[in-house]
Design a protein around this ligand. Sequence first.
Ligand SMILES: [Mg+2]
Length: 387
Amino acid sequence: MEQRIAHFDLDSFYVAVERVENPRLIDMPVLVGWPGLRGVVATASYEAREYGCHSAQSMSQALQKCPQAIVVNPDMAKYREYSDAFHRILLKRTPLVERAGLDEAYMDLSVLAANKLGDPISVVRELRQSVLDTLNLTVSVCVAGSKPTAKIGSAYAKPDGCLEIPMGTDASFLSTLPIRMMPSVGPKFQKALLEIGITTIGELGNADSKWLKMRFGRQGLLTKRRAQAKDNSAVEYLPRQVKSISRESTFPKDLLGNTDLLAQLLKLSESVSNELRESGRAIRTVSIKIRWSDFDLTSRQKTVEGGMHSRKQIHEIAKGLLETELKINRSRGVRLLGVGLSNFNDEQFQLPLSSEAAQNFYRNKSIETALQEIHGKFGSNSIRRGH
Ligand SMILES: [Mg+2]
């Protein structure tokens, strides 16, 4: 199975965020970066680029080229918030997302496509729209057969572009592009290639391996493989920092008896499962917490092998734990009930994509996703999975 990989790249990210927050900057030449002699441009708006400004340029040089540019100091905390929201949108669709910087991500669409759960270009279009609707930011995307090609393609599609390279045609797409489009070819490498008459990525793909190795070592050979669209590195899902997910309810009056408590437990289990699904991760441990009417606290937990992500499985474990406690404490009122998920198993999503486990995961996930969508539309009382 050929990989189908999308590379998402938010367009002039820092400038775009500044414009969402301050619409007066729209259509103006903007430089985000530190002013002063030693300052550097982090992002230049397209208007400023027309004057020859670009990122990594010194601020004083940029201002010589475009003296009317508006300089805005970077606000990293704000960019991080937007970045997290951007990645959350992608992760809602599939956990197979690799964060490649604040404004970039790779997404593996192969498994979704193989299971008929979304044609890559439709998924990408839907996500571009979602990013625009939610964050007011445009993102350029390319779907290709490998990570390096997708990255080159998204730069090619900029700004606000969407490009699909048909299956099996990565190498021919790359062949006519100038070598400066290769992210791993720096100015020194470029100069050496130009000296021997190599100007396009296609020519780089045909360059003599011995010479490349002698001149640039392993990096030279890797770049050649990328130029030939033969670098099939997998999308690496990066675990995030959250250590647990939990929800609890304190009741207006103490609850007694299974019926009411089990109904509350179902709500709490659904809520933690929804958040788990948004994170795209799997967990091993489900716990419950009970505060009795006399303020005594009981916690119970159960850990399973492997990992789980399904609402049904999580609810069943929580229910088992609660029922056991209620059997022992028949006449005790409950003041507060909580459900927690912990012990993340982040290897769950790094399974080889062709593996049966990964495919089963997606089959289950499609049911879960459908349920979640219905809940989102009609409220969580409208549908219950049959047990
Ligand atoms: Mg970008």
